[in-house]
Design a protein around this ligand. Structure first.
Ligand code: ADP
Ligand code: MG
Length: 526
């Protein structure tokens, strides 16, 4: 069902019955044991059920107008504009927030600094990265190339570390789905490069606060604070300050994909860097960096055309093979890696965020090597889904792995098959998954097998390009974490906001930019 938005009508206040769902909910930790019990008390099933079409239309109008007025926008790329890059449209959005159990949500916030620390510890153990990723790299050239860059820059990085000029910047997003059978948030993946939508997501929280002010059925106090708009630029500025290059006119380089000049989520970070820190951002592609940036071999300082030194390279590109069409882009990546700028991420951080490492950390005893405190590792493991290696050597020697593979062939709907890729649209499901496992072979070393997380279904009003539709949906929660380390001193390690993406139940993938999902926000129920 699709409806056009007619701008200009005013929403009426809706009666309280719209969101009475939270009344009978008990989401205490550990209370959710059986699927039947969960379904009975699942508040999401009640979402929107009592909103009529007449009620929805005016509310959608209000939400779209608010989004346009407050910069909750994405590029429209309208060819009728003189400069199509400057045309914008409201971001794809959900009309009202998604109920999530408060205690589980807060636990996901609390664990984020531990995930930041885990990434830092794994990235520091380069022999571990190499041994874990080498079998995957044998069948995945992109992973192999990143490992090659890690090795080629090792001496340069050691020199910087010895001179106390190593500055590490992590802007992470740990993605989860609420797993209905267990009642837990289980981690889908941990993003260490180009973790996007933080700023638009913070605006989404403000939009839902506005909706809550218009609808007596929504309580604004149940929308958790979302500090991503401030925390992300602040983390970049902290790293920039630590490099000691700001006094010399240092700038931030945002590494972007060609043609993405108009990504407003990114522009919000640039605006925050300027307004909060008077820090200038230069947007450059890897090819532009290769053509114009110079690395001083004595100091490892990179300067741009005009002489400004770079204090931070912040990547919103570089996570997928298509970002490196030629050797030129790899040369730029290596130059950045050798430089004394803070990199978000370093190659090691990027590799620590690969799906193969995620799977390996879940194996018995591996996480514990990096997180010695058993309470911390126990808390992290609360969020781990079932993950199995598909390296033929592991399948042959580990009975647990062999049993999971056999079960996945018998019940492919209970699993997801993932390659070493980022950015959405790469996973295999159902019959494709079964066929790949049956075919077997060495190339499966570059894939991991994952338990399929089963989030509760919901009913949502999804608004995209000014049109709304109502349907059954699933949601994915992301928690942002920021981390800055200068040498041995950790300057920043915190939870920095959240993202909720909602997609129709029939879609396997969840990306907003990829066109699968809309932005949403959490509504905490007790
Ligand atoms: P990418 O790096 O491409 O974002 P993800 O691991 O996030 O890779 O997978 C993409 C999407 O596939 C997720 O947003 C989610 O919708 C779906 N997905 C991934 N893993 C699972 C899983 N274990 N169970 C259910 N859905 C999953
Ligand atoms: Mg993802």
């Amino acid at each position: 069902m699709q409806r056009h938005v007619s701008v200009g009508r005013t929403a009426q206040l809706l009666p309280r019955r719209f969101l009475h769902r939270q009344a009978c909910v008990d989401f205490a930790l550990g209370a959710l044991t059986s699927r039947a019990q969960y379904s009975r008390i699942n508040p999401q099933a009640m979402r929107h059920e009592e909103l009529s079409e007449d009620e929805i239309g005016p509310l959608v109008d209000d939400a779209v107008v608010w989004a346009n007025q407050h910069g909750l926008v994405v590029a429209l790329k309208d060819p009728n504009f003189v400069n199509p890059e400057l045309a914008v449209v409201h971001a794809p959005l959900s009309l009202t927030p998604v109920p999530y159990p408060r205690a589980r949500f807060q636990l996901a916030q609390q664990v984020m600094p531990l995930f930041n620390q885990l990434v830092d510890a794994v990235a520091a153990d380069e022999p571990y990265l190499e041994s874990t990723l080498r079998p995957a790299a044998a069948h995945d050239a992109f992973t192999g190339r990143l490992l090659g860059t890690l090795a080629a820059t090792r001496d340069a990085r050691a020199t910087l570390r010895a001179a106390r000029r190593e500055v590490v910047l992590g802007i992470h997003r740990s993605d989860y789905m609420l797993d209905e059978p267990s009642g837990k948030f289980l981690q889908v993946e941990l993003n260490t490069i180009a973790s996007s939508f933080g700023c638009l997501s913070a605006l989404m929280t403000r939009l839902h606060n506005y909706m809550a002010s218009r609808m007596t059925s929504l309580e604004p106090g149940r929308l958790p604070a979302n500090p991503a708009l401030e925390h992300i630029p602040d983390a970049i500025a902290t790293a920039a300050d630590s490099t000691g290059l700001r006094q010399e006119g240092g700038v931030v380089v945002m590494v972007v994909q060609p043609g993405e000049r108009n990504a407003y989520d990114q522009q919000w970070i640039q605006l925050g860097l300027w307004e909060r820190h008077r820090l200038r951002t230069v947007r450059m592609t890897l090819a532009e960096i290769a053509a114009t940036a110079k690395l001083d071999p004595a100091t490892a300082t990179v300067t741009l055309k005009g002489g400004a030194p770079v204090c931070v390279f912040y990547f919103r590109a570089g996570y997928t093979p298509t970002d490196y069409p030629t050797e030129t882009e790899w040369a730029a990546r290596e130059l950045i890696e050798r430089s004394n700028a803070a990199k978000c991420p370093t190659v090691a951080y990027q590799l620590a965020g690969t799906k193969k490492v995620q799977q390996d950390l879940a194996a018995p005893g591996v996480l514990e090597r990096f997180v010695p405190d058993s309470r911390d590792s126990g808390l992290l493991r609360e969020f781990f889904a079932g993950l199995w290696s598909l390296d033929p050597r592991d399948v042959a020697t580990d009975p647990g792995v062999a049993a999971a593979v056999a079960d996945a062939v018998a019940r492919p709907e209970a699993y997801v098959l993932k390659p070493q890729r980022e950015g959405g649209g790469n996973n295999l499901y159902g019959e494709e998954l079964r066929a790949a496992l049956r075919a077997g072979g060495e190339q499966l070393s570059a894939y991991i097998l994952m338990q399929r997380i089963l989030p509760p279904a919901n009913r949502s009003v999804l608004v995209r390009n000014g049109q709304w539709s109502q349907g059954e949906t699933l949601s994915e929660l992301g928690i942002y974490g920021t981390f800055v380390r200068h040498g041995d001193a950790v300057l920043l390690n915190q939870q920095s906001g959240h993202l909720v993406r909602t997609k129709t139940s029939s879609s396997n993938e969840g990306g907003v930019a990829a066109g699968f999902a809309v932005l949403d926000s959490p509504y905490l129920v007790d």
